[in-house]
Design a protein around this ligand. Structure first.
Ligand code: HEM
Length: 195
């Protein structure tokens, strides 16, 4: 099976690049949404679509190509602790992405949709809550300012702007966490340190 390594390794590496590469564009999308609040809902939906259609499906195939690679190369994760550590981090990152991050963005889209339907975004102008995800991700707006942007009642918070503010911070921190995980996993895979 070792003859398959020249096929499996490129598949594994290219899948990783295509799967996790788009995440590095997310802060750019967020910054543009902050500058153009009228497109905030679209930016959120674009982010969500990329995550669901590209990032997550490909990321979920990594254990398949990686597992086959480990078999082909005769690498035992119980002996090669760099691989064991990478698998544990991968499991933690995917669990967080699926259980928390995707839901945070879903909720932001829901609130932004309510706000757009109520017309509060247009009324609020630049810095409106519709762009909160992006704006707060860049630290360019305060929860208070955002909260004042709308008075639509769609959340358990004092107003949806405040919930958007909290979600924006969570989305940003979650994004940093996931990017850090990818960085560490790739370092373990490439460096194979003795642990
Ligand atoms: C979770 C299941 C995974 C398993 C079982 C696995 C397994 C492996 C194995 C056995 C290798 C071959 C190491 C070698 O001899 O060169 C490898 C390489 C690699 N893996 Fe993974 N992997 C997994 C997930 C990931 C993830 C999530 C990423 C990216 C974030 C990744 C990125 C890489 C890269 C870039 C290499 C090439 C390293 C090099 O050749 O320098 N892997 N992986």
């Amino acid at each position: 099976m070792s003859g398959l390594v020249p096929i499996l390794l490129p598949i594994h590496v290219i899948t990783a690049i295509v799967a996790f590469g788009p995440n590095f564009a997310m802060p750019i999308i967020a910054r543009m949404a902050a500058q153009e609040p009228q497109h905030g809902l679209f930016a959120l939906r674009l982010t969500d679509r990329i995550e669901r259609r590209l990032v997550l499906p490909l990321a979920l195939t990594m254990p398949i190509s990686g597992g086959l690679l480990a078999l082909a190369e005769g690498i035992n994760p119980l002996v090669s602790h760099w691989l064991l550590a990478a698998i544990v981090l991968y499991a933690a990152a995917m669990t967080y992405a699926l259980a928390v991050q995707v839901r945070v963005v879903d909720r932001m889209i829901e609130i932004a949709g309510h706000m757009a339907a109520a017309g509060s975004v247009l009324a609020a102008g630049p810095g409106a809550a519709l762009a909160t995800a992006a704006t707060l991700a860049q630290g360019a707006a305060t929860p208070t300012a955002t909260a004042q942007a709308t008075s639509v009642r769609v959340s358990k918070f004092a107003n949806p702007g405040m919930e958007m503010a909290a979600l924006g911070v969570r989305a940003r921190n979650g994004g940093f966490f996931l990017m850090a995980m990818v960085f560490i996993i790739v370092s373990l895979m490439a460096g194979k340190p003795t642990l």
